[in-house]
Design a protein around this ligand. Sequence first.
Ligand code: AMP
Length: 217
Amino acid sequence: MNIILLGPPGAGKGTVAKLLTEYDGSVQISTGDMLRQAVKEGTPLGKEAKSYMERGDLVPDTLIMRIMEERLAQPDCKKGFILDGFPRTIPQAEALKGLLERMGIRLDMVVNLDVPREVILERLTTRRTCSDPNCQEIYNVKSSPPNPDGTCKKCGSLTVQRDDETEEAINFRLATYLEKTAPLISYYEKEGILKTFLSLSSKETVEEIKKALHRKS
Ligand code: AMP
């Protein structure tokens, strides 16, 4: 299956995507993960993307389309893909449409994860990430905390708040979402492939998505 996951930062797109890949072997394609990896490795792409990401702003569309064209051409995408964090703007959605048409690929569903703002803020501000670039284990200070001294349970390095998970950056990311990404909801509604799920628990949401996909096939 070929799916797009839409939703604000902190909606649980990454978790839902991972669970869906276990379901049918599709690959998860997260532009956020790809960009973070590029920043970590200090590649030219990473150097260009870094400052946008740190302040919670979107990386330019042209740069994103370059990495997505390359990624979607890779053979593992033939198994199906789950796009997590892409497209984020109308121009990206238009470019994706042209790209998929050229490749002869059809989208099965656009899943819109709807999560109340308070839940999002709570999730994002309580998240901590291991500072060791080779570990990057994710914790939540309330539901799944690191060691009492703030170190990682896996590798012992200090856990930190990501630069884009400070309150200031989160507010900026949410405003950016509303301005640039939320218009994609009506874009895909018009295309007739959008389905919205109220998502408080990723596991339950994945079960709902599976049922909806069954009904379609
Ligand atoms: P994410 O992990 O999906 O929240 O992405 C982290 C950051 O990477 C975002 O705040 C943006 O700076 C950048 N990013 C990820 N995906 C995109 C995209 N499709 N378009 C533009 N910027 C993106």
